[in-house]
Design a protein around this ligand. Structure first.
Ligand code: IVH
Length: 677
């Protein structure tokens, strides 16, 4: 048993390690240790903290961030000081009116200056800190009473669980801090991508995603959402005196509370207008969404004298940007087939300008969305661009209907390969489940070569289409068999480009294990999960061998992901591609590579004749090859086995003549089963 001093030292050490690994995992997306190792650290810390809870309080420990068991419902919380809204302005004239009104109320504008900030498009929250500790976090609700979402807010990594007071400064006994919970655009896109791959409806915009995440009763779900926060104002603050709003923001910053990096001081209302213009221009380049700016009187004394109206303070004004919306007409609805076979309806619209960009396409996501919005070909619709996010359809303008609009239903047959599409129970997505569908293959190859995967530069969408159309590529491993002549034969590919492409293909053989796992395109396995898997399994072969329960033992791998991984590797055609990748020289076959001769059927040659009942010929060949064997089309003395299906041909006679072993389909299956691990 450790003495107390050692235990406290160990606690500090564990916390530092966990904070470091949290940063690698959540912010940099580059975990250094496996989740299992992380869990061991976390469990040790939880145990020590529990043992020593009589000695110190661990409210700001990273153990608080991982999410707690689900709640039945949210408790109501009364805000000490109500959470007000802001008066809105839509023009420069209204900004001048605001300034003039302040002058009238204060008896002149001498000494009045402002702070200008982005108006964050997120979810308002109230954070109660007592003696420096974050104790209650709540939503705005009706302004007086909100919902207690403390557990969810604790998972927001940028929110300090304890204020970091500068030396000599005592934490306020009680303070309400107001802020906005947001999701930045980049993580928002990744989140939506993941949802779409999982057959879940994407969030319409970062604000909805933030609001939905904050209202999760299970904070372990919230912990997996990339929430962020900026603090922007004050509620009740016992015994604290700030001279100005700027002073308040700087104090927040010194306590470790995140504030917007784009807040500025403005000496005059004209400077506020300039800031408005600058932010409007900068809007689509910002990493998060804003819908305007907020002008605030800087002096707290002036703020107090100006006071508040029933719903909003007189000392602040929200100046909204023009919504990035426009009206257009749906000319057609096309269907795209994605990598995982999901059919996505895309509205082809009359070109329209929104925020300086011409928009022609908008995803309609899935049939449920189309039905919910009652979208028809020929409809006039309102669309919007949020930041630089893909345009969305807001609604149909019903009054513009002529009666000639055509309802739309996703096709029963895949538009690319003609196979029957299915809608899997519990999913919104309709899918083409044909593994050989060219549209899926195209998306699959695009994914395989993409930057986050094998990072093969120079192979764009057009080249991929041409490679597929000219039957040079049937799966990703075929990329490694391409010759310079084949590439040059594709129109518009010169010798130099062909060399560059071949060089990029060659370099990709050295890709890290996580990149290779990601490149395989396993459903539910994105970049993040690939990194987790790569840190658990030293090579692909041990991952292939892992069963669902082994996978589920990994923190962060739930039953859905585990089952998707296991069924991916049960599919013989996938194993064949992996085998081919290894044969082509892709490096990550593992620490102890399985040599072809170590595969159970290596050196054995198979010939099939007649019709098999349980496999297609391709499948049967793929299985044989995945186990190291070879298939040929004619029987010779070198043939080891002839597999005879229904109505066998002359190959059977030849096999008899040459004394080659003949197996029925059942015997063939048993042979394979004997080699299953
Ligand atoms: S100050 C008295 N500053 O806008 C109001 N609010 O329409 C104090 N908001 O509910 C709020 N960005 O959640 C302030 N820089 C900012 C803001 C901001 C967004 C939200 C806030 C409030 C809503 C009012």
């Amino acid at each position: 048993m450790m003495n107390q001093e050692d235990a406290l030292r160990r606690i500090a050490d564990l916390r530092a390690q966990i904070i470091y690994h949290n940063r690698r995992y959540y912010q940099l997306d580059e975990p250094e240790i496996s989740d299992a190792e992380y869990d061991i650290l976390l469990r040790e810390l939880i145990t020590l903290e529990e043992e020593l809870s009589f000695l110190a309080d661990f409210a700001d420990s990273p153990t608080q961030r991982v999410g707690a068991p689900p709640l039945e419902k949210f408790e109501a919380v009364n805000h000490i000081i109500p959470m007000l809204s802001l008066a809105n302005a839509f023009s420069e004239g209204e900004m001048v009116d605001f300034h003039d009104r302040i002058g009238r109320l204060l008896g002149g504008t001498g000494g009045v200056d402002y702070v200008v900030e982005p108006k964050l498009d997120g979810v308002a929250v109230n954070l109660l800190y007592e003696e420096g500790r974050f104790v209650i976090g709540s939503t705005r609700g009706d302004g007086f009473t909100g919902e207690n979402v403390t557990q969810n807010l604790k998972t927001v990594h940028s929110l300090p669980l304890r204020l970091s007071m500068p030396p000599g400064q005592k934490a306020p006994s009680s303070i309400e801090i107001r802020g906005e919970v947001i999701i930045r655009l980049e993580p928002f896109r990744t989140l939506n991508q993941r949802r779409q791959n999982d057959g879940l409806p994407p969030f319409a915009n970062p604000r909805n995603a933030a609001a939905g995440s904050l209202r999760q009763l299970d904070s372990r779900i919230t912990a997996r959402r990339p929430l962020d926060i900026f603090c922007h104002s004050l509620g009740a603050a016992k015994g604290l005196n700030f001279t100005s709003h700027w002073d308040l923001l700087q104090t927040f910053k010194s306590w470790g509370l995140p504030i917007s990096p784009d807040a500025r001081r403005a000496g005059t209302i004209e400077e506020c207008m300039t800031y408005y213009g600058e932010m409007a221009k900068k809007r689509s380049a910002l990493a998060y969404e804003i819908d305007g700016i907020v002008i605030k009187v800087n002096s707290m004394e002036f703020q107090r004298r100006l006071g508040t109206l029933s719903r909003s303070p007189r000392w602040a004004l929200a100046c909204k940007f023009n919504p990035l919306q426009a009206l257009t007409v749906i000319e057609n609805i096309e269907v795209q087939v994605g990598r995982t076979g999901v059919l996505t309806p895309i509205a082809i619209m009359q070109p329209v300008q929104i925020g300086g960009v011409t928009v022609t396409h908008a995803s309609l996501h899935n049939q449920d969305e189309i039905n919910k919005k009652d979208l028809r070909i020929g409809d006039t619709i309102l669309i919007q661009r949020a930041g630089d996010v893909i345009p969305q359809v807001v609604k149909v303008i019903g009054g513009k209907r002529t009666g000639n609009e055509k309802p739309f239903t996703l096709p029963d047959l895949c538009p690319s390969c003609g196979s029957v599409t299915v809608r899997i129970e519990g999913e919104v997505a309709q899918r083409c489940v044909n593994m050989d569908c060219p549209a899926q293959l195209k998306e699959h190859i695009k994914h395989f070569v993409s930057r986050g995967a094998m990072n093969i530069d120079g192979i764009g969408e057009k080249i991929i289409s041409r490679l597929i159309d000219s039957h040079l590529i049937h799966d990703p491993s075929d990329l490694y068999r391409l010759s310079k002549d084949q590439l040059k034969a594709l129109d518009r590919m010169g010798a130099k480009s062909a060399d560059n492409v071949l060089g990029a293909i060659e370099r990709s053989k050295e890709a890290e294990l996580d990149k290779l796992i990601y490149a395989l395109g396993i459903r539910h396995v994105g970049e993040h999960t690939s990194k987790i898997l790569a840190s658990h399994f030293s090579n692909i072969e041990s991952l292939i061998r892992a069963d669902e329960s082994t996978l589920m033992a990994i923190h962060d791998i739930g039953p859905e992901i585990a089952s998707s991984i296991a069924s991916f590797f049960r599919e013989q055609s996938n194993l064949l591609v992996i085998n081919n990748l290894f044969n082509a020289g892709v490096a990550h076959r593992g620490k102890q590579p399985v040599r072809p001769s170590a595969l159970p059927l290596s050196g054995k040659t198979f010939v099939f004749t007649g019709t098999l009942r349980n496999f297609s010929r391709n499948e049967a060949s793929a299985i044989v090859e995945s186990k190291g064997g070879k298939t040929t089309s004619s029987v010779s003395r070198k043939t080891d086995y002839v597999i005879a299906g229904d109505d066998p041909g002359s190959k059977l006679d030849k096999a008899r003549d040459l004394g080659v072993a003949i197996l029925t389909e059942r015997e063939f299956s048993s042979l394979l089963a004997a080699f299953e691990e």
